[in-house]
Design a protein around this ligand. Sequence first.
Ligand SMILES: NC(=O)c1ccc[n+]([C@@H]2O[C@H](COP(=O)([O-])OP(=O)(O)OC[C@H]3O[C@@H](n4cnc5c(N)ncnc54)[C@H](O)[C@@H]3O)[C@@H](O)[C@H]2O)c1
Ligand SMILES: O=C(O)C(=O)C[C@]1(C(=O)O)C=C[C@@H](O)C=C1
Length: 362
Amino acid sequence: MLTTIVIVGLGLIGGSLSLALRRNPDCHVIGYDVDANTVRTAKRIDVIDEMAYSLARSVRDADIIIFATPVNTTKKLLQEATKWTLKPGAVLVDTGSTKKEIVDLANSLQLPFIGGHPMAGSHKSGVTAARAHLFENAYFILCPSDYVTQQQVDDFNQLLQPAKAKVLQLSATEHDEMTAVVSHFPHLVAASLVHQLNASSDNPLTAQLAAGGFRDTTRIASSNPIMWRDITLQNRDQLLEQLDHWMIEMQRVKRLVMTSDPVEIEDYFQQAKTKRDNLPSHTQGAFFSTFDLYIDVPDYPGVISEVTGLLAAHQLSLLNIRIIETREDLFGILVISFQSDDDRNRAMACIHAETNYETYIA
Ligand SMILES: NC(=O)c1ccc[n+]([C@@H]2O[C@H](COP(=O)([O-])OP(=O)(O)OC[C@H]3O[C@@H](n4cnc5c(N)ncnc54)[C@H](O)[C@@H]3O)[C@@H](O)[C@H]2O)c1
Ligand SMILES: O=C(O)C(=O)C[C@]1(C(=O)O)C=C[C@@H](O)C=C1
Protein backbone atom coordinates (compact mmCIF):
# COMPACT_ATOMS: atom_id res chain seq x y z
CA MET A 1 0.00 0.00 0.00
CA LEU A 2 1.36 3.43 -0.97
CA THR A 3 2.33 5.73 1.93
CA THR A 4 2.15 9.43 1.09
CA ILE A 5 4.66 11.57 2.95
CA VAL A 6 4.83 15.36 2.84
CA ILE A 7 8.22 16.77 3.81
CA VAL A 8 8.22 20.44 4.79
CA GLY A 9 11.73 21.93 4.52
CA LEU A 10 13.91 20.37 1.84
CA GLY A 11 17.35 21.08 3.25
CA LEU A 12 20.09 18.71 4.36
CA ILE A 13 17.84 16.73 6.70
CA GLY A 14 14.50 16.91 4.84
CA GLY A 15 16.26 16.03 1.57
CA SER A 16 18.27 13.19 3.11
CA LEU A 17 15.19 11.76 4.82
CA SER A 18 13.28 11.88 1.55
CA LEU A 19 16.06 9.98 -0.25
CA ALA A 20 16.26 7.41 2.55
CA LEU A 21 12.48 6.85 2.78
CA ARG A 22 12.16 6.60 -1.01
CA ARG A 23 14.39 3.51 -0.94
CA ASN A 24 11.02 1.93 -0.18
CA PRO A 25 9.16 1.97 -3.54
CA ASP A 26 5.83 2.15 -1.67
CA CYS A 27 6.68 5.60 -0.28
CA HIS A 28 5.65 8.65 -2.26
CA VAL A 29 7.28 11.89 -1.09
CA ILE A 30 5.73 15.27 -1.81
CA GLY A 31 8.19 18.06 -1.02
CA TYR A 32 7.47 21.59 0.17
CA ASP A 33 9.83 24.44 1.00
CA VAL A 34 9.29 28.14 1.63
CA ASP A 35 11.87 28.68 -1.10
CA ALA A 36 10.31 27.71 -4.46
CA ASN A 37 13.77 27.29 -6.05
CA THR A 38 14.64 24.65 -3.46
CA VAL A 39 11.50 22.67 -4.34
CA ARG A 40 12.35 22.83 -8.05
CA THR A 41 15.95 21.76 -7.37
CA ALA A 42 14.74 18.90 -5.16
CA LYS A 43 12.57 17.60 -7.99
CA ARG A 44 15.25 18.13 -10.64
CA ILE A 45 17.90 16.18 -8.73
CA ASP A 46 15.35 13.49 -7.85
CA VAL A 47 15.25 14.07 -4.10
CA ILE A 48 11.42 14.09 -4.06
CA ASP A 49 8.70 12.42 -6.13
CA GLU A 50 6.42 15.41 -6.42
CA MET A 51 6.43 19.16 -5.76
CA ALA A 52 3.86 20.68 -3.39
CA TYR A 53 2.47 23.98 -4.61
CA SER A 54 0.15 24.56 -1.66
CA LEU A 55 1.05 23.06 1.70
CA ALA A 56 -2.50 23.14 3.09
CA ARG A 57 -3.67 21.30 -0.05
CA SER A 58 -0.90 18.65 -0.09
CA VAL A 59 -1.23 17.67 3.58
CA ARG A 60 -4.84 16.55 3.00
CA ASP A 61 -3.59 13.42 1.20
CA ALA A 62 -0.66 12.71 3.52
CA ASP A 63 -0.25 9.76 5.87
CA ILE A 64 2.83 11.37 7.41
CA ILE A 65 3.89 15.04 7.46
CA ILE A 66 7.51 15.67 8.39
CA PHE A 67 8.80 19.11 9.39
CA ALA A 68 12.52 19.46 8.66
CA THR A 69 12.68 23.19 9.31
CA PRO A 70 14.62 25.26 11.90
CA VAL A 71 13.07 24.52 15.30
CA ASN A 72 11.34 27.87 15.84
CA THR A 73 9.81 27.62 12.36
CA THR A 74 8.54 24.15 13.28
CA LYS A 75 6.66 25.69 16.23
CA LYS A 76 4.98 28.14 13.85
CA LEU A 77 4.10 25.31 11.48
CA LEU A 78 2.54 23.30 14.31
CA GLN A 79 0.27 26.28 15.06
CA GLU A 80 -0.62 26.37 11.36
CA ALA A 81 -1.29 22.62 11.35
CA THR A 82 -4.26 23.10 13.69
CA LYS A 83 -6.06 24.66 10.69
CA TRP A 84 -5.21 21.87 8.26
CA THR A 85 -7.61 19.12 7.20
CA LEU A 86 -5.76 15.85 7.85
CA LYS A 87 -6.51 12.28 6.83
CA PRO A 88 -7.79 10.16 9.76
CA GLY A 89 -4.76 8.53 11.41
CA ALA A 90 -2.27 10.96 9.82
CA VAL A 91 0.79 11.68 11.96
CA LEU A 92 3.00 14.76 12.18
CA VAL A 93 6.72 14.29 12.82
CA ASP A 94 9.68 16.66 13.04
CA THR A 95 13.47 16.31 12.80
CA GLY A 96 14.47 19.24 15.02
CA SER A 97 17.50 19.21 17.29
CA THR A 98 15.43 20.23 20.33
CA LYS A 99 12.39 18.41 21.59
CA LYS A 100 10.91 19.77 24.84
CA GLU A 101 9.32 23.03 23.59
CA ILE A 102 8.14 21.37 20.38
CA VAL A 103 6.56 18.30 22.03
CA ASP A 104 4.99 20.50 24.75
CA LEU A 105 3.47 22.73 22.08
CA ALA A 106 2.16 19.75 20.09
CA ASN A 107 0.57 18.42 23.30
CA SER A 108 -1.04 21.75 24.09
CA LEU A 109 -2.44 21.82 20.53
CA GLN A 110 -3.56 18.17 20.85
CA LEU A 111 -1.78 17.22 17.64
CA PRO A 112 -0.94 13.60 16.70
CA PHE A 113 2.77 14.37 16.81
CA ILE A 114 6.01 12.40 17.17
CA GLY A 115 9.10 14.45 17.94
CA GLY A 116 11.98 13.05 15.90
CA HIS A 117 15.69 13.80 15.87
CA PRO A 118 18.28 12.04 13.75
CA MET A 119 21.65 12.25 15.52
CA ALA A 120 23.47 12.70 12.25
CA GLY A 121 24.17 15.71 10.17
CA SER A 122 26.75 18.08 8.92
CA HIS A 123 27.84 21.70 8.94
CA LYS A 124 26.53 21.78 5.35
CA SER A 125 22.96 22.80 4.62
CA GLY A 126 20.56 22.83 1.70
CA VAL A 127 19.07 20.23 -0.59
CA THR A 128 22.22 19.69 -2.63
CA ALA A 129 23.98 18.39 0.50
CA ALA A 130 21.28 15.71 0.99
CA ARG A 131 22.47 12.09 1.03
CA ALA A 132 20.43 8.88 1.29
CA HIS A 133 23.00 7.29 3.62
CA LEU A 134 23.16 10.18 6.11
CA PHE A 135 21.29 8.36 8.88
CA GLU A 136 22.87 4.91 8.51
CA ASN A 137 24.11 3.62 11.89
CA ALA A 138 23.09 6.85 13.58
CA TYR A 139 20.59 7.11 16.42
CA PHE A 140 17.17 8.42 15.43
CA ILE A 141 15.44 9.60 18.59
CA LEU A 142 11.65 9.58 18.85
CA CYS A 143 9.74 11.52 21.51
CA PRO A 144 6.02 10.74 21.08
CA SER A 145 3.43 13.31 22.14
CA ASP A 146 0.37 12.36 24.22
CA TYR A 147 -1.83 12.30 21.11
CA VAL A 148 -0.27 9.38 19.24
CA THR A 149 -0.64 5.71 20.04
CA GLN A 150 2.31 3.34 20.49
CA GLN A 151 1.04 1.62 17.31
CA GLN A 152 1.48 4.87 15.36
CA VAL A 153 5.02 5.23 16.77
CA ASP A 154 5.82 1.63 15.80
CA ASP A 155 4.41 2.20 12.30
CA PHE A 156 6.61 5.27 11.85
CA ASN A 157 9.60 3.29 13.14
CA GLN A 158 8.79 0.69 10.48
CA LEU A 159 8.65 3.38 7.79
CA LEU A 160 12.10 4.58 8.89
CA GLN A 161 13.70 1.17 8.35
CA PRO A 162 15.23 2.02 4.94
CA ALA A 163 17.17 4.86 6.62
CA LYS A 164 19.05 2.12 8.54
CA ALA A 165 19.15 4.23 11.68
CA LYS A 166 18.95 2.99 15.28
CA VAL A 167 15.61 4.17 16.60
CA LEU A 168 15.51 5.10 20.28
CA GLN A 169 12.49 6.33 22.23
CA LEU A 170 13.14 9.00 24.89
CA SER A 171 11.20 11.64 26.76
CA ALA A 172 11.66 15.15 25.41
CA THR A 173 13.28 16.25 28.68
CA GLU A 174 15.83 13.41 28.59
CA HIS A 175 16.52 14.24 24.96
CA ASP A 176 17.24 17.92 25.59
CA GLU A 177 19.46 17.18 28.61
CA MET A 178 21.61 14.73 26.68
CA THR A 179 21.85 16.60 23.38
CA ALA A 180 22.84 19.76 25.27
CA VAL A 181 25.96 17.88 26.42
CA VAL A 182 26.99 16.11 23.21
CA SER A 183 25.72 18.48 20.54
CA HIS A 184 24.36 21.88 21.50
CA PHE A 185 27.08 22.96 23.92
CA PRO A 186 29.95 21.77 21.67
CA HIS A 187 28.53 24.02 18.92
CA LEU A 188 28.68 27.00 21.29
CA VAL A 189 32.25 26.12 22.22
CA ALA A 190 33.28 25.75 18.55
CA ALA A 191 31.82 29.16 17.72
CA SER A 192 33.51 30.70 20.76
CA LEU A 193 36.91 29.26 19.76
CA VAL A 194 36.58 30.96 16.39
CA HIS A 195 35.72 34.23 18.14
CA GLN A 196 38.70 33.73 20.43
CA LEU A 197 40.98 33.48 17.39
CA ASN A 198 40.00 37.03 16.41
CA ALA A 199 40.04 38.36 19.94
CA SER A 200 43.44 36.90 20.84
CA SER A 201 45.56 37.87 17.88
CA ASP A 202 45.77 40.83 15.48
CA ASN A 203 48.43 39.08 13.43
CA PRO A 204 46.83 37.71 10.21
CA LEU A 205 49.46 34.97 10.21
CA THR A 206 47.80 33.35 13.24
CA ALA A 207 44.75 32.28 11.19
CA GLN A 208 47.07 31.06 8.42
CA LEU A 209 48.70 28.72 10.92
CA ALA A 210 45.39 27.09 11.81
CA ALA A 211 46.05 23.48 10.86
CA GLY A 212 44.24 20.22 11.65
CA GLY A 213 43.73 20.90 15.35
CA PHE A 214 41.89 24.18 14.97
CA ARG A 215 40.05 23.11 11.85
CA ASP A 216 38.85 19.79 13.30
CA THR A 217 37.77 21.38 16.57
CA THR A 218 35.85 24.19 14.89
CA ARG A 219 34.35 22.47 11.81
CA ILE A 220 30.87 22.71 13.28
CA ALA A 221 31.22 26.50 13.65
CA SER A 222 30.50 26.54 9.89
CA SER A 223 26.95 25.27 10.52
CA ASN A 224 23.77 27.16 9.66
CA PRO A 225 23.49 30.16 12.07
CA ILE A 226 19.67 30.25 11.90
CA MET A 227 19.44 26.62 12.92
CA TRP A 228 21.82 27.19 15.86
CA ARG A 229 20.12 30.43 16.90
CA ASP A 230 16.84 28.55 17.28
CA ILE A 231 18.41 25.58 19.10
CA THR A 232 20.17 27.92 21.55
CA LEU A 233 16.92 29.77 22.26
CA GLN A 234 14.95 26.56 22.80
CA ASN A 235 17.49 24.72 24.95
CA ARG A 236 18.55 27.82 26.89
CA ASP A 237 18.31 26.35 30.41
CA GLN A 238 20.36 23.26 29.60
CA LEU A 239 22.95 25.40 27.86
CA LEU A 240 23.24 27.72 30.85
CA GLU A 241 23.86 24.68 33.04
CA GLN A 242 26.52 23.44 30.62
CA LEU A 243 28.16 26.87 30.67
CA ASP A 244 28.37 26.73 34.48
CA HIS A 245 30.05 23.31 34.30
CA TRP A 246 32.40 24.56 31.60
CA MET A 247 33.49 27.53 33.68
CA ILE A 248 34.29 25.21 36.59
CA GLU A 249 36.22 22.97 34.19
CA MET A 250 38.14 25.95 32.80
CA GLN A 251 39.06 27.01 36.35
CA ARG A 252 40.42 23.48 36.86
CA VAL A 253 42.43 23.79 33.64
CA LYS A 254 43.73 27.20 34.69
CA ARG A 255 44.89 25.79 38.04
CA LEU A 256 46.53 22.89 36.22
CA VAL A 257 48.47 25.21 33.94
CA MET A 258 49.42 27.55 36.80
CA THR A 259 50.62 24.71 39.03
CA SER A 260 52.78 23.33 36.18
CA ASP A 261 52.79 19.81 37.59
CA PRO A 262 53.84 17.64 34.63
CA VAL A 263 52.27 14.49 36.09
CA GLU A 264 48.92 16.15 36.64
CA ILE A 265 48.96 17.75 33.18
CA GLU A 266 49.77 14.49 31.46
CA ASP A 267 47.07 12.77 33.50
CA TYR A 268 44.51 15.35 32.38
CA PHE A 269 45.27 14.70 28.71
CA GLN A 270 45.52 10.93 29.26
CA GLN A 271 42.09 10.71 30.87
CA ALA A 272 40.55 12.77 28.06
CA LYS A 273 42.26 10.62 25.43
CA THR A 274 41.02 7.40 27.02
CA LYS A 275 37.44 8.72 27.14
CA ARG A 276 37.58 10.06 23.58
CA ASP A 277 39.16 6.87 22.19
CA ASN A 278 36.42 4.80 23.82
CA LEU A 279 33.47 6.79 22.49
CA PRO A 280 31.17 4.33 20.74
CA SER A 281 31.72 4.94 17.03
CA HIS A 282 28.09 4.16 16.18
CA THR A 283 27.01 7.45 17.77
CA GLN A 284 28.44 9.32 14.82
CA GLY A 285 26.32 10.27 11.84
CA ALA A 286 27.09 8.53 8.60
CA PHE A 287 28.66 11.67 7.13
CA PHE A 288 31.51 11.56 9.57
CA SER A 289 31.61 7.94 10.65
CA THR A 290 33.79 7.40 7.65
CA PHE A 291 36.74 5.09 7.69
CA ASP A 292 39.75 7.31 7.22
CA LEU A 293 43.10 6.13 5.98
CA TYR A 294 46.11 8.44 6.46
CA ILE A 295 48.80 8.02 3.83
CA ASP A 296 52.17 9.67 4.19
CA VAL A 297 52.91 10.75 0.63
CA PRO A 298 56.07 12.37 -0.75
CA ASP A 299 56.13 15.78 -2.39
CA TYR A 300 55.95 15.24 -6.12
CA PRO A 301 53.42 16.28 -8.76
CA GLY A 302 50.86 13.63 -9.60
CA VAL A 303 51.17 11.71 -6.34
CA ILE A 304 47.46 12.10 -5.56
CA SER A 305 46.33 10.79 -8.92
CA GLU A 306 48.80 7.94 -8.53
CA VAL A 307 47.13 6.88 -5.26
CA THR A 308 43.54 7.44 -6.43
CA GLY A 309 44.28 5.65 -9.72
CA LEU A 310 45.61 2.70 -7.78
CA LEU A 311 42.47 2.53 -5.67
CA ALA A 312 40.21 2.90 -8.71
CA ALA A 313 42.03 0.02 -10.39
CA HIS A 314 41.05 -2.10 -7.35
CA GLN A 315 37.38 -0.98 -7.61
CA LEU A 316 37.63 0.97 -4.34
CA SER A 317 35.40 4.02 -4.24
CA LEU A 318 36.31 6.97 -2.04
CA LEU A 319 33.94 9.12 -0.05
CA ASN A 320 36.32 12.00 0.40
CA ILE A 321 39.91 13.00 -0.05
CA ARG A 322 41.87 15.73 1.70
CA ILE A 323 45.43 16.72 2.34
CA ILE A 324 46.80 17.81 5.66
CA GLU A 325 49.43 20.31 4.62
CA THR A 326 52.21 20.48 7.13
CA ARG A 327 53.91 23.39 5.36
CA GLU A 328 53.00 25.53 2.37
CA ASP A 329 53.96 23.89 -0.95
CA LEU A 330 54.70 20.64 0.82
CA PHE A 331 52.46 17.63 0.71
CA GLY A 332 52.00 15.99 4.03
CA ILE A 333 49.39 13.41 4.83
CA LEU A 334 46.75 12.37 2.34
CA VAL A 335 43.51 11.43 4.11
CA ILE A 336 41.17 9.18 2.15
CA SER A 337 37.75 8.30 3.55
CA PHE A 338 36.02 5.03 2.77
CA GLN A 339 32.50 3.86 3.40
CA SER A 340 33.47 0.72 5.29
CA ASP A 341 36.25 -0.79 7.36
CA ASP A 342 36.57 -3.51 4.75
CA ASP A 343 37.21 -0.97 1.93
CA ARG A 344 39.82 0.76 4.09
CA ASN A 345 41.61 -2.53 4.82
CA ARG A 346 41.65 -3.41 1.11
CA ALA A 347 42.99 0.07 0.28
CA MET A 348 45.72 -0.26 2.89
CA ALA A 349 46.72 -3.67 1.53
CA CYS A 350 46.86 -2.36 -2.02
CA ILE A 351 48.95 0.70 -1.06
CA HIS A 352 51.39 -1.48 0.86
CA ALA A 353 51.62 -3.92 -2.05
CA GLU A 354 52.21 -1.31 -4.74
CA THR A 355 54.00 1.62 -3.06
CA ASN A 356 56.34 2.19 -0.15
CA TYR A 357 54.11 4.81 1.48
CA GLU A 358 53.36 4.52 5.18
CA THR A 359 49.69 4.29 6.15
CA TYR A 360 48.00 5.01 9.48
CA ILE A 361 44.58 4.67 11.01
CA ALA A 362 43.79 7.41 13.59
N1 LIG B 1 22.11 19.99 10.10
C1 LIG B 1 22.22 19.02 10.98
O1 LIG B 1 23.31 18.53 11.25
C2 LIG B 1 20.98 18.53 11.66
C3 LIG B 1 21.00 17.25 12.22
C4 LIG B 1 19.83 16.75 12.82
C5 LIG B 1 18.70 17.55 12.89
N2 LIG B 1 18.73 18.82 12.35
C6 LIG B 1 17.50 19.59 12.46
O2 LIG B 1 16.78 19.41 11.26
C7 LIG B 1 16.11 20.62 10.87
C8 LIG B 1 16.54 21.01 9.47
O3 LIG B 1 17.94 21.24 9.47
P1 LIG B 1 18.77 21.25 8.10
O4 LIG B 1 20.18 21.06 8.49
O5 LIG B 1 18.13 20.38 7.10
O6 LIG B 1 18.59 22.77 7.66
P2 LIG B 1 18.70 23.36 6.17
O7 LIG B 1 19.01 24.80 6.37
O8 LIG B 1 19.59 22.54 5.32
O9 LIG B 1 17.20 23.19 5.63
C9 LIG B 1 16.09 23.83 6.18
C10 LIG B 1 15.10 24.04 5.08
O10 LIG B 1 13.88 24.53 5.65
C11 LIG B 1 13.34 25.50 4.76
N3 LIG B 1 12.39 26.35 5.47
C12 LIG B 1 12.64 27.34 6.34
N4 LIG B 1 11.48 27.89 6.77
C13 LIG B 1 10.49 27.21 6.15
C14 LIG B 1 9.06 27.29 6.17
N5 LIG B 1 8.44 28.19 6.91
N6 LIG B 1 8.36 26.42 5.40
C15 LIG B 1 8.99 25.51 4.62
N7 LIG B 1 10.32 25.40 4.55
C16 LIG B 1 11.06 26.23 5.31
C17 LIG B 1 14.57 26.23 4.26
O11 LIG B 1 14.27 26.97 3.06
C18 LIG B 1 15.54 25.08 4.04
O12 LIG B 1 15.44 24.54 2.75
C19 LIG B 1 16.43 21.63 11.96
O13 LIG B 1 15.38 21.65 12.89
C20 LIG B 1 17.68 21.09 12.62
O14 LIG B 1 17.73 21.47 13.98
C21 LIG B 1 19.81 19.30 11.72
O1 LIG C 1 28.28 16.60 12.33
C1 LIG C 1 27.83 17.74 12.42
O2 LIG C 1 28.22 18.67 11.73
C2 LIG C 1 26.78 18.00 13.38
O3 LIG C 1 26.84 19.04 13.97
C3 LIG C 1 25.70 17.03 13.55
C4 LIG C 1 24.85 17.22 14.79
C5 LIG C 1 25.73 17.06 16.03
O4 LIG C 1 25.84 17.98 16.84
O5 LIG C 1 26.31 15.98 16.18
C6 LIG C 1 24.22 18.56 14.76
C7 LIG C 1 22.96 18.78 15.12
C8 LIG C 1 22.07 17.70 15.29
O6 LIG C 1 20.87 17.98 15.78
C9 LIG C 1 22.56 16.39 15.22
C10 LIG C 1 23.83 16.16 14.82
